[in-house]
Design a protein around this ligand. Structure first.
Ligand code: GDD
Length: 407
């Protein structure tokens, strides 16, 4: 159980929780919560896991797919190359074979599919389109696509798993941790964010089990500073500012705004602080405010070993995080000056950071219309149903075909 919970307006942030046993024995213990496998199973059936992917090693994506429990639906949103090497085709072929063997429900789509851009346009949500009416590059943009597909499947929960994870067993744990978090939640508006116990790195030929990444350390410090300066009480409760591995109830996903690219995760906090925090000027979602928004932060048992994307990528992520803090409604002159100092010291950036692009809530989009448009027109959208092979209208021969689509 969390030792303490920090309450900020309608937002409840639970302190870090640790996994005592991945598979527990059902014993009562006042300091720990036992979550039965039946309860977890019930959540898994109502959960879709979105895998955003961009040009990752196919073996890694394959391992991630195999690790996600069968009861969940999987949604792969790819922004992989299609021009020189059609990596998306490789991904789709792998997924097709995987589905033939496992019969797990999987949806996949390519982010740059023009019909996807049209489906967003048609359903009145053009905030993530570029000048050619295609969906912009960006992990956040891919995640929004995934969320809509999850909604069209009628799911209650949505979780995210990166495709570049070297340890499939850890991905399985992430999904179980999401489910356990939802079992503990008392509000229909809740979020589970994972904190990795270790992020191993190779240092001088040896594995070093590092606890904190540079970006997360800075992001957490500034998100905590926003809270501390608003309440007047110092806090360090936020430790999952950059949690790429996180999950939400669909009810919460519907009312969140989303910041572009990699700033999506720190912006979750900024949005919730701004809209539901102590200083919120107008409450746009009174039901959520009354129920309260619960944030669980769970430390995983498994370490996180993933592909390293280089210094430039780290800097961009850091910039994205600091921009969200700088442009928060809670950000006062003191925090602003600290952000600018950090930008100068770490990124050698001297100008004020521009606000990130923010996309409004997706709750108003007609998700079934959105998917129907994809089903009838899209070349890259595929829906492999659970246990039934591919869509019933397709026969044996189609299963061997190269481009298999839902009709
Ligand atoms: N669909 C889609 N579109 N997926 C993308 C895109 C895109 O434009 N860009 C990246 N991805 C996918 C990657 O292929 C990977 O599966 C996942 O998004 C995360 O991207 P990485 O480039 O691997 O990010 P990272 O590992 O440095 O950072 C991750 O962890 C951070 C926490 O430490 C991300 O999840 C961050 O958002 C997170 O803050």
């Amino acid at each position: 159980m969390p030792r303490r919970t920090e309450i900020f307006g309608s937002v409840k942030i639970h302190e870090l929780q640790r996994i005592l046993k991945l598979d527990s024995g059902g014993f009562e213990n006042p300091r720990a919560k036992d979550v039965s496998f039946e309860e977890i199973k019930d959540i898994l059936r109502r959960l879709a896991i979105v895998i955003p992917v961009k040009d990752e090693k196919i073996h890694l994506l394959d391992g991630v797919l195999r690790a996600i429990p069968f009861d969940c639906s999987v949604i792969v949103v790819s922004n992989s190359e299609r021009e020189n090497h059609d990596i998306y085709k490789m991904e789709q072929d792998m997924i097709t074979k995987f589905h033939e063997l496992t019969q797990q429900e999987i949806l996949c789509i390519h982010q740059k599919d023009p019909e996807l851009g049209f489906a967003f346009y048609d359903t009145g949500y053009d905030y993530l389109l570029d000048k050619d009416d295609l969906v912009r590059d960006g992990k956040s943009e891919g995640m929004i696509i995934g969320m809509l597909l999850a909604k069209s499947l009628g799911k209650d929960f949505i979780g995210f798993a990166d495709a570049d994870n070297y340890i499939p067993g850890s991905v399985r744990e992430y999904v179980m941790d999401y489910a356990a978090g939802f079992c503990m939640s008392e509000s229909p508006y809740s979020m589970v964010r994972l904190h990795w116990r270790y992020k191993p790195k190779v240092v001088e030929d040896r594995l070093y089990f590092k606890k904190w990444g540079r970006v997360s350390e800075t992001t957490n410090k500034f998100l905590n500073l926003l809270l501390s300066t608003s309440t007047g009480f110092e806090t360090g409760v936020v430790i999952t500012g950059n949690a790429g591995e996180h999950a939400m109830t669909i009810k919460l996903a519907d009312i969140m705004s989303y910041s572009t690219g990699f700033s999506i995760e720190p912006y979750h906090f900024v949005y919730l602080f701004d809209e539901f925090g102590l200083k919120a000027e107008k409450i746009s979602y009174p039901d959520a405010a009354n129920e309260g928004i619960e944030i669980f932060q769970i430390e995983t048992l498994n370490p996180h070993l993933h592909e390293e994307k280089g210094e430039e990528h780290i800097k961009n992520m850091l910039l994205g995080s600091l921009c969200t803090v700088y442009n928060s409604k809670l950000c006062n002159d003191y925090v602003r000056s600290k952000v600018l100092e950090e930008l100068r010291d770490i990124l050698d950036m001297w100008e004020k950071p521009k606000a990130n692009i923010v996309m409004p809530p997706i709750g108003g989009i007609d998700a079934s219309r959105f998917t129907k448009l994809l089903e009838s027109n899209s070349e890259t959208y595929v829906w492999f149903k659970q246990g039934t092979g591919i869509e019933s209208e397709l026969g044996e021969e189609d299963l061997k075909g190269e481009s298999i689509r839902s009709v």
